[in-house]
Design a protein around this ligand. Structure first.
Ligand code: SIN
Ligand code: FE
Length: 299
């Protein structure tokens, strides 16, 4: 399908530096496109590794997880294996990515100001294609992001991705139909939570915090969408290759996405409260609340 036939295409921007200056017009276009469910694509915004960091372009640094994860809030590194000095160097690389992406988002979206809160940084050095996984964890199936152990309580998931593949290979995605259509398709399948279950998950420490009704229904959308093979095959979708050396920014809780192939990706997550958005009415929370006719997070 031609990308222009979906009303949330990938929108291209010219910035090629992490400390770029943006005009008011570009900032306006960026926030409107983002909240509307577009992917903001920066073909020339490259994250360069230092010479001593290029050795991390190897899947063998990953241990016991599918990705390496860094938390810039407490400088902790998870899912990586190696000598202490190497892990320190790797942490430094991820910390720099966290700082650059944060600075960039502040320059591009001054409207969000301090509402933009930084979360985890992820380094994905494992080839996607052919990677064994379970249906619910299979990111080669179209989905919106929702995580079983990490409820957001209604906050948005904003992610910056940079393809740092050293041999010029793209990150191949597919992007699905807009959120309202996805919701409309799955609405009849959505089930309410089992009484007591979310409380149990919380007290047993299985979820980090209490899973709100919003988080429950986002997980329903995520899981039922991935398990709906007819939908996976027949729903409107476009393939898009993000080239090596490029960066893209997207609300992954809103934009249906799937990754088919690619290796060596950096990703930085940010959260933002619904009230800090320019158009809260376009958020998954407000659309779900309208569709189900009830409040899904307690205020
Ligand atoms: C995803 O968020 O589903 C995966 C994106 C990627 O690793 O390219
Ligand atoms: Fe995802």
């Amino acid at each position: 399908m031609d990308i222009s036939s979906l009303d949330h295409p990938v929108i291209q921007f010219e910035a090629d530096r992490w400390d770029a200056e943006f005009s008011k017009e570009i900032q306006e276009k960026a926030i409107e496109s983002l909240e509307n469910g577009s992917v903001l694509f920066f073909p020339r915004l490259n994250f360069s590794l230092l010479p001593e960091e290029t050795k991390f372009l190897e899947p063998s640094w990953v241990s016991g997880a599918k990705n390496i994860s860094y938390d810039p809030r407490n400088a902790s590194l998870k899912g990586a294996e190696g000598k202490t000095e190497d892990l320190k160097l790797l942490s430094g690389m991820l910390k720099r990515y966290a700082q650059k992406t944060k600075e960039f988002l502040h320059l591009l979206f001054p409207f969000y100001g301090s509402s933009l809160r930084i979360a985890r940084t992820s380094f994905r050095p494992v080839e996607i294609s052919g990677r064994p996984t379970s249906p619910r964890k299979d990111d080669t199936r179209l989905h919106v992001d929702a995580f079983p152990s990490s409820p957001t309580g209604g906050e948005r998931i904003l992610r910056v991705f940079s393809n740092i593949n050293p041999s010029g290979k793209p990150r191949s995605w597919r992007i699905g139909e807009p959120f309202p259509q996805y919701l409309k398709h799955l609405l009849p399948q959505l089930e309410s939570p089992t009484p007591g279950k979310r409380f149990l998950l919380y007290v047993l420490g299985i979820t980090k915090g209490y899973r709100s009704l919003y988080d429950h229904f986002m997980l329903e959308l995520h899981d039922k969408g991935k398990l709906d093979l007819q939908y996976q095959k027949n729903s409107p979708q476009v393939a898009f290759d993000f080239p090596a050396g490029s960066t893209w920014i997207v609300f992954t809780d809103q934009v249906l996405h799937a990754v088919d192939k690619g290796q060596f990706l950096l990703e930085q997550t940010f959260h933002i409260k619904i009230e800090a958005l320019k158009h809260p009415e376009k958020s998954p929370l407000k659309l779900l609340e309208a569709a189900l006719n009830k409040k899904l997070v307690s205020v």
